[in-house]
Design a protein around this ligand. Sequence first.
Ligand code: HSE
Length: 320
Amino acid sequence: MSAASAEASAIATAELSGRRVHVKVPATSANLGPGFDTLGLALAQYDELDVEVGGDGLRIEVHGVGAGEVPLDESHLVVRAIAHTLAHYGRDLPPLKLVARNAIPHGRGLGSSGAAIVAGVMAARGLLAPEVEISPDELLELATELEGHPDNVAPALFGGLTIAWVTPEGPRHKKLMVHRGVSPLVLVPEHEMSTALARSLQPQSVPHEDAVFNVSRSALLVAALIQSPELLLAATEDKLHQRYRAEAMPETDRLIRVLRDAGHAAVVSGAGPSILVLASDPSERADAVRLVEESAETAWQALPLAVDFLGATVTRVDEA
Ligand code: HSE
């Protein structure tokens, strides 16, 4: 490090020293059937994070999901996202204490890696304020740079239903409010699925008619989610990703068929293996849970989750 950059880094560390933030980030379900890499929904199950600048080096505690499993050094995904965001604004990673309390299941298609990234970006946003103001587009861009695609990080950041798309200037999003009748149910198996494996099963190209099929269903799905929940079954059909990944999660694929045959709008949540049922009223969720209990060959946890409309929040605790 040059003398000048060492001095700049020392200033940055002094500037942030003593600042403490609390961050809360919702789980998310991406794709929602036809909206591959585009649509996402924020769900009311949360990872929480406390970050304090100061002390000696990096200290990390993880409670709940991931405790004893995730790394406790600079390779921790939240720390990488904090460092990435600080570096973008010319700051080095200062000494930190980080305490994570996680409730979002890992490796199940509920956006846990997107939530960790968003937690880090939002923590850095809170620590840098008021000297640096980070706009919503910049938050999405920083998070997408680490996640690779914007469909989980957009709803984790902004809440509700999000449409995310990529432009030459960076990713963009539109947040929509979901019809109050829409009642999500998430079914979580005990086994995990790697997103990298799921993505490796995607073909390089798809038939034109399949692309048209998904364009029509994606457009219909936005209407169904914000206005016409009775269309959810037709609107959640997909030909772009679930069929290619089915062999890697056969139980998920089978249960989705059982649920859809009974009229439930069931899809793979994100890259799987969890299932998202977009019920059109709360009583439908109970029927879907009963059906899965009767049909499943392995244990599945049923989580009836509300839609989160707020997205990620960050609060400066040292100023309170
Ligand atoms: N759209 C992504 C996929 C979500 O299905 O691969 C998982 O990160």
